[in-house]
Each structure stands twice: as C-alpha cells, then as structure tokens.
Design a protein around this ligand. Structure first.
Ligand code: HEM
Length: 402
C-alpha cells in the first residue's frame, strides 16, 4: 500500500493550479489586475468568497458580453435577448426571484428522489455497453451522456431529441465564458436557432397536453399566468441544459480520478459504500467543477483596506477558497472523511446552485456503482488531460481499465 502512495503523483506534489492559487491567496486579500476594460478585482480567501455570495451588494454579472455584442452586430439581436433575459445566473432580483421560483420545485426533494431510479437505470445501461470492452473513456462513455440525458428528461425533451440536444449543447458549450476567438460563432448561432425552434414547438405541445415536466410548467407560466416571456422560457431551458451537463461531467471525471489517485480513500469507500455522499462533497471541494464566478458591485465597498468602487467587476475564486488552509485542515489532501466540509463548490446565497441535489444524486450513483461494479478499475495513463480555460475544472478524457 505504501508503495502505491509513493508512486502517486498527485499525493506527493500539489497540482500547479492550486500552488498558484495559494500564492495569490497569501499575497493579498484583494487582488487587483489592471485589465483593458478597467481594473478587475479577485477574492481568493474562503471567508471573503463565502461572504460575497451572501452579500446583496455583489450583483449578478452580465453573461457573455462579447458574444452578445457579436450577435447584435451580426443581426442576431433576438438571440442576444435570450442570453440577456433567460440566464438565471445573470439576473438580479426581482427578475431572478420570479424565474427561480417557477423552476425551483423541479430541483427539490421528492422530484429529485423520484429521479434516482431513472439515474440508476441510465448508469447501468451505460455500464452494459462498456462491460466487455476491457477499457473505456470515462468521460465520453459515462460522464458526458449521463447528465445530458438526465437534465434533458427532467426538462421534458423526448428521447428522440437526445442526439440533437447533445450536439447543440456541445456547440454552445462555453455559453457563459465564451471566447470568440476559439469558438465557432456560426455553430453557436445555429444551435441557438435550433434550440429556439424546438423549444417553441414543445412549449405549444405541452400547453395543449400538459405533463409533469418542466416544459409544461414553463408553458403554464407563459400562456396561463403571463409570468414568463417566450424569450425567458427559451433562455431558461437552454441555460438549464448547459449548466446541468458540463459541471456534473467534470465532477464524475475528476472525482473518479481522485479516488484512483488516493487508493486509501478508494478502499475506504469500497469497504463502506455509504461514505459515497461524504466522498462526493470532498470531490466538489478538491476539484471544484466551477473554479471561479463573477459579480458586479451594486455599491462601493471597502475590503482588506482596499476600496472597490460601484460597478467594479469582482471574481470569486471558488477553487482557491476551497483550498484555503484557514478553513480546511490539510486542504491539498483528498480526504473523503473530511468533516466539517462546508465548501463553496456550489456557490451560496440567492444564486446557490439550483441543481446541487441533482448533481449529488447523479455523481453518487454513477461513482458508487462504478467502484463497486468494477473492482479492478485502474487508470491507464498517469498523464492528466485537463480541459482548457480558467473557469471550469474537468478532464477531456480519462481512460480506465476494468
Ligand atoms: C457538480 C455539479 C455542479 C456544480 C459544481 C455547480 C456549481 C454551481 C455554482 C458554483 C453556481 C453558482 C454560480 C454563481 O453564484 O455565480 C451554480 C449555479 C447554478 N447551477 Fe449549478 N452546479 C452543478 C450542477 C448543476 C446542475 C445539475 C444543474 C441543473 C440544472 C445546475 C444548475 C444551476 C443553475 C440554474 C444555477 C444558477 C442559479 C441562480 O442563479 O439562481 N447546476 N452552480
């Protein structure tokens, strides 16, 4: 056993991303960078990030300003409207409160409990496809298809739409953090238009024949009560699909990798499968799928002797906060028994992740079943293929032997 530990790269060295975070976190309470669009402020310490999430002076940041500008220049203003009005994360009260109230019941208690059996079914279906392969790519064969199918079914898309949805979601992938140099703009527009057409069709269908799904609730809120505009419905459905897919994919990928990198933790879990729920929290803390988010100050504030003016853009460095030694003992150790573990991986305050219960259910069923069903599970390469970018933390590929 000791031999396995010493061979493990992650346990002996701290991942360079977190060493860099640690440097910034210790250097100053508020980090200021003079960027082209004006100074940008970043908070790296747990207490500051957790407090900012709950502070109403930290308002929502607009989503994808570059993408929206480009859409307007190219005559696609109606697509820009969808991003502007339907993305929960980019809205302040009262619009945020109105939209969130309509969709929240679908992500709570009984509704999520009712989905557990369906998640198990999909997981075992996916495992049956890989059972005899000897090795497989955990990302492509499990971590991508599972959350995409689950969120699409919860929203109310029919099975026959799945392949098309997967394509559109992937074309829109960095919806919020878009970098126009790198993303195919025309494919994004095509995906938006395709989504809009399909959602409009389904909303009309659900209004005629309501079901128990989210689309029916959205149709009701548009046609019956007038609480939601058509643009808001489309934005909400697209945002939920995109927010509910990639993050959970990243958690299943990096979470499984952490278990394989830390054999003692894996053995603990195999010996007591009920530890899976604690293990999932530690996975979210250890490699937070969303590394950072943004806010715009609605009022000026003073923090760590630094004045931050109204209108300033502030980055909340979730991934750094979750490794803050002021809050977590031995923060660079992956410890599935960690308690307490009050990480900020799902955010906090009014924008706290609406899908956190769903993400926990999906990841615990997928990873729990994976380690029990494949007792010889092993990573094939020591090389770790991280996705590009500084906003999300996930793997592009993770090949395992069974
Ligand atoms: C491991 C998986 C996930 C992680 C780590 C995660 C993380 C987060 C974080 C950090 C936020 C807050 C962002 C901010 O305050 O700026 C957030 C918000 C949100 N998440 Fe998740 N998320 C996950 C899965 C999901 C799933 C499955 C859904 C399902 C639809 C979802 C839907 C949302 C929505 C709609 C918001 C915005 C809520 C609001 O503005 O009121 N997330 N998520």
């Amino acid at each position: 056993m000791a031999m396995q530990y010493s061979l493990d790269l992650e346990q002996d060295t701290v991942d360079p991303l977190y060493s860099e975070y640690s440097e910034f976190r210790e250097r100053a309470g508020v980090h200021v960078i003079n960027a082209a669009g004006g100074p940008r402020y970043s908070l790296y310490r747990y207490e500051d990030v957790a407090a900012a999430f709950k502070d109403a002076r930290f308002g929502a940041a607009q989503a994808s300003p570059g993408l929206r500008r480009a859409l307007r220049w190219t005559g696609f203003g109606s697509v820009a409207d969808i991003i502007e009005s339907g993305l929960l994360i980019a809205l302040n009260p009262p619009d945020h409160t109105r939209l969130r109230k309509i969709i929240e019941p679908f992500f709570r208690g009984k509704n999520i409990d009712g989905l557990k059996l369906r998640v198990e079914e999909i997981v075992h279906e996916l495992f049956d496809c890989i059972q005899n392969t000897g090795r497989f790519d955990l990302i492509a064969d499990l971590a991508i298809p599972l959350p995409t199918r689950v969120i699409a079914e919860l929203i109310g898309f029919p099975q026959s739409d799945m392949a098309q949805l997967k394509q559109w979601t992937s074309d829109l992938a960095p919806l919020i953090d878009s970098d126009l140099q790198r993303t195919a703009f025309t494919r994004k527009i095509a995906a938006f238009l395709g989504f809009r057409r399909r959602i409009n069709e389904l909303i009309k269908e659900r209004w005629r024949e309501p079901r128990d799904d989210l689309l029916s609730a959205l149709a009701h809120a548009h046609y019956a009560t007038g609480e939601l505009s058509q643009t808001e419905i489309i934005g909400t459905a697209i945002f939920l699909l995109s927010a509910g897919s990639a993050t959970t994919t990243h958690l299943i990928g990096t979470g499984t990798m952490s278990l394989l990198n830390y054999p003692r933790e894996l053995n603990r879990l195999r010996t007591d499968p009920s530890l899976i729920y604690k293990a999932i929290e530690e996975m979210v803390r250890f490699n937070s799928p969303i590394l950072r988010t943004g806010r715009v100050l609605l009022e000026g504030i003073e923090l760590h002797d630094q004045l931050i003016p109204r209108g300033a853009k502030v980055r909340l460095m979730i991934g750094a906060a979750n490794r803050d030694p002021r809050k977590f003992e031995d923060p660079d150790q992956f410890d599935i028994l960690r308690s307490p573990n009050r990480h900020v991986g799902f955010g906090g305050g009014i924008h706290q992740c609406i899908g956190l219960q769903l993400a926990r259910v999906e990841a615990s069923i997928a990873i729990g079943a994976l380690v029990q069903r494949f007792p010889n599970l092993e990573r094939v390469s020591k090389e770790t293929r991280w996705i590009n970018g500084t906003k999300f933390r996930g793997l592009t590929e993770f090949v395992v032997k069974i």
